[in-house]
Design a protein around this ligand. Structure first.
Ligand code: ATP
Ligand code: MG
Length: 412
């Protein structure tokens, strides 16, 4: 893609109302635009990243047997009266022209349970795992830290349905592995820890996946032995010891952001909607449920936060908007740049080519650092003379002159 054709432009100054690094870089780099507090547009570069993150999630959940659907964003209030959640504070309320009260979806238990109830009859219909990647609406009191906490944000929400607790427990463990794979592939695996937290209405704890970053809102304490952590909110509850190995937790608090969580729901929602199945003996039994969320847009912010330096973002290759950023530094370098782009295109390597004629070399370099594409290729009169290209990884300092063939070999 030609950089001159992207309708957004990089911004020199940081937005004054954003304090987190991820928000500043994402806005300055032209990934997102803020419409109002907690409400963002995803621009060409940002949408490419978001779609790649979505696909990692989709591939891993599909591999674990999840079936993807897409549910409505507006819900009838009656479903929330049924579950007793009509008064929760984050619900946005509105109504139809004829006065039927509706709410905007902040989560989808109130939709998925009546939906699957139409199809689950006997034990043969279980287990079942259904998910979607969809916009959620929450009237958050304090949207902050850019796309970390939005009033409108993208979530992957998965719901599982089981005949008994044992089957649920198996799936609950499977999903922990699936989440690990997702966060590994998204490049934040080593910064993300499984964390015991409150909110387990039925079991003692719920499990959160917390990414360690100073920009986070949560505080956690690590158990260095088990690579798990405990959220500050339940630290006293577990007497400062690790719930898994019972050894003392680290004294050093870490700031973190919750990128995902998993919840045993038991029969909380099955009871409300009377979701049951016939067991092999013909007895009616309630369906056991679990729900599993990942904040997709928050995850994008967390990746940008973890993978950045004082100049901008350093996208992991797995989610980068493009793999290679080609910077021709003179008019004469443009045809050579286009030739290199073509060779990369033959290998299906996505390239952003900075063909902007009104930008100095310095401006192109600082924009490249800000946008954070993993590989930078500079083509100048000097590299043409040397019959090579100058290659630098965004994550490294040193640049190397090499032939186009040598560079292509990196992507075998
Ligand atoms: P939090 O404690 O951060 O408010 P939550 O417990 O309300 O999160 P869930 O309702 O379980 O979270 O949502 C699933 C996931 O969606 C969370 O783990 C988080 O990554 C993300 N998420 C929750 N609220 C927001 C928000 N306002 N903006 C962006 N992402 C969010
Ligand atoms: Mg919340």
């Amino acid at each position: 893609m030609l950089q001159s054709k992207i309708f957004t432009k990089t911004l020199r100054d940081s937005p004054k109302d954003e304090t987190s690094k991820n928000a500043q870089y994402l806005i300055r780099g032209g990934f997102v635009d803020k419409l109002m507090a907690g409400v963002y547009s995803y621009l060409p570069l940002g949408l490419r990243v978001l779609k790649r993150i979505e696909n990692i999630i989709r591939e891993e959940i599909n591999a674990a047997g999840g079936q993807e659907i897409f549910m409505p964003a507006i819900h009838p209030i009656e479903n929330y009266t049924t579950t007793g959640r009509e008064a929760i504070d984050v619900l946005f309320h509105t109504e139809t022209q004829t006065g039927h009260r509706i709410v905007l979806g902040q989560s989808h238990e109130e939709v998925i349970v009546p939906l699957v109830k139409k199809f689950i009859e006997s034990y043969r219909d279980l287990p079942l795992a259904v998910y979607q990647i969809q916009t959620k609406f929450r009237n958050e009191l304090r949207p902050k830290s850019g796309i970390f906490r939005g009033r409108e944000f993208l979530m992957k929400d998965l719901y599982s349905f089981h005949a008994d607790e044992d089957d649920f427990d198996r799936y609950y463990k499977t999903i922990q592995q699936v989440y690990k794979k997702i966060f590994d592939r998204a490049g934040i695996g080593s910064a993300t820890v499984r964390t015991f937290a409150s909110g387990g209405t039925f079991s003692k704890y719920s499990l959160e996946f917390q990414t360690i970053t100073d920009a986070g809102e949560d505080t956690i304490f690590l158990c260095e032995r088990c690579s798990v952590a405990v959220n500050d909110e339940v630290k006293d509850d577990c007497k400062n010891t690790c719930p898994e190995c019972k050894k003392p937790l680290s004294h050093e608090p870490k700031k973190s952001i919750e990128v995902g969580n998993i919840f045993p729901l038991k029969t909380r929602f099955s009871d409300a909607f009377n979701l049951s199945y016939k067991d092999p003996d013909g007895k009616q039994k309630p369906v056991i449920m679990g729900c599993y969320g990942i904040g997709v847009t928050r995850l994008m912010g967390a990746i940008a936060e973890v993978h950045s330096d004082e100049h901008g973002i350093i996208w992991p290759e797995s989610v980068a908007p493009f793999l290679v950023h080609i910077l021709p530094l003179s008019k004469a370098a443009i045809p050579e740049a286009k030739r290199v782009e073509l060779s990369l295109a033959e290998k299906s390597i996505p390239v952003l080519l900075d063909d902007r004629e009104d930008k100095s070399a310095g401006e192109k370099f600082s924009d490249a650092d800000l946008i954070g594409i993993p590989w930078r290729v500079v083509i100048s009169d000097n590299t043409i003379k040397k019959e090579g290209i100058e290659v630098k990884k965004r994550s490294e300092r040193e640049a190397k002159i090499m032939s186009v063939e040598e560079f292509l070999d990196q992507f075998l």
